[in-house]
Design a protein around this ligand. Structure first.
Ligand code: NAD
Length: 319
């Protein structure tokens, strides 16, 4: 005789990536059964290797733009598959557009089929080079569709529209979170984002390469806080979009100096040209997340930076 299982089951697309791997870990800790789908385009099986002995965890190599087939019940679909760093999506423009469109269509189809809650990982990049500051969810953004970054920004904007269409047309319990820059262990040292780049350069004693004069700002959130916010949204019934990020804003130049100090490195600072359409400012207004989810970041940025540096030091083979 079979028995009715009360275990909740989650599917995480892009689960072998930076954020996805932390989500899988956290979901397992919360008692979920977790199916991780990933084609290892920008993620690595090593990111979830420590979860493989867990009997509630399964890793399946699969390109979500081909199809998604999952047997059995599913309660939650977290759609995180997508190249996410500028270096990645500039090298993989078609894959980025495909996973944001066709991949999202398939992930929504899975959630509809199973009657599951669906959460789309969208991004602050939907705000483009913003004309309002800080950015709240009512702002529509300033995106150049034919600029180099358009492949990512527009894929996510399309994915948001598709998610809302599934909600209104099919009554799907679907939601959008707009994630701002998140950092922590398992970021790829060579992925071109500011924090892993500065940490790698500082640990190797190489010059820290600052784009432009470094006065452009970023707001950076430690991964544990972002994951907490995503799960709060997964367990809410609100459609969003909801910004998740740390309003602690700092200039790229100050970030470089801070990382250099924390690593004790003697690296010099080097100034390189700014990439086209690089946003000048970035800061989330998180009032909605505070009101709806009672969520706000808790980890001080300095603690997060120390933990990240520690992880990079422990993985010299990657640096
Ligand atoms: P990541 O590159 O580490 O993870 C993305 C994962 O998706 C990788 O494991 C990759 O192999 C997988 N993937 C890509 N295309 C796929 C496909 N067609 N089929 C199956 N798997 C595929 O990036 P991340 O930083 O962990 O970002 C995860 C998600 O969060 C992305 O959707 C990204 O847009 C979003 N996001 C991240 C941040 C951040 O600061 N890290 C900010 C905003 C939004």
């Amino acid at each position: 005789m079979g028995h009715l299982s009360t275990t909740r089951r989650a599917v995480v697309t892009g689960g072998a990536g930076f954020l996805g791997s932390h989500l899988c870990e956290r979901l397992l800790g919360d008692g979920y059964e977790v199916l991780c789908l990933d084609n290892f385009l920008t993620g690595r099986p090593e990111n979830v290797a420590h979860l493989l002995p867990h009997e509630a965890f399964r890793l399946l190599r699969c390109d979500v733009t081909d199809y998604i087939h999952v047997g059995g019940p599913v309660d939650l679909v977290l759609h995180f598959a997508s190249p996410a760093s500028p270096i990645d999506y500039l090298q993989l423009p078609i894959q980025t557009l495909k996973v944001g469109s066709i991949g999202t269509l398939h992930a929504l189809g899975l959630a509809r089929d199973k009657g599951a809650r669906f959460v789309l990982a969208s991004t602050s990049e939907v705000y483009g080079d913003p004309l309002v500051h800080p950015q709240d969810e009512e702002y529509w953004g300033n995106v150049n569709p034919v600029g180099p970054r358009g492949v990512y920004d527009e894929a996510k904007r399309f994915a948001e529209a598709l998610t809302m269409a599934y909600r209104s047309t099919h009554g799907l319990d679907a939601a959008v979170v707009r994630l701002f820059n998140t950092f922590g262990p398992r970021l790829r040292p060579g992925d071109g984002r500011a924090i892993p780049t500065f940490v790698r350069q500082a640990l190797k004693g190489q010059p820290l390469t600052i784009a432009g004069d470094g006065s452009q700002t970023r707001s950076i959130c430690y991964v544990d806080d972002t994951v907490e916010g995503i799960l709060a949204m997964a367990h809410a019934d609100h459609p969003g979009p909801v910004n998740l990020g740390n309003p602690h804003e700092l200039s790229v130049l100050d970030l470089a100096r801070w990382i250099r100090d924390l690593t004790g490195s003697a690296s010099e600072l080097a100034f390189v040209p700014r990439p086209q359409d690089d946003p000048r400012v970035r800061q989330p207004d998180i009032s909605r997340a505070r009101d709806l989810l009672g969520w706000e970041p808790k980890v001080p940025v300095e603690d997060g930076l120390r933990l990240t540096i520690e992880w990079f030091r422990a993985h010299p083979e990657l640096v």
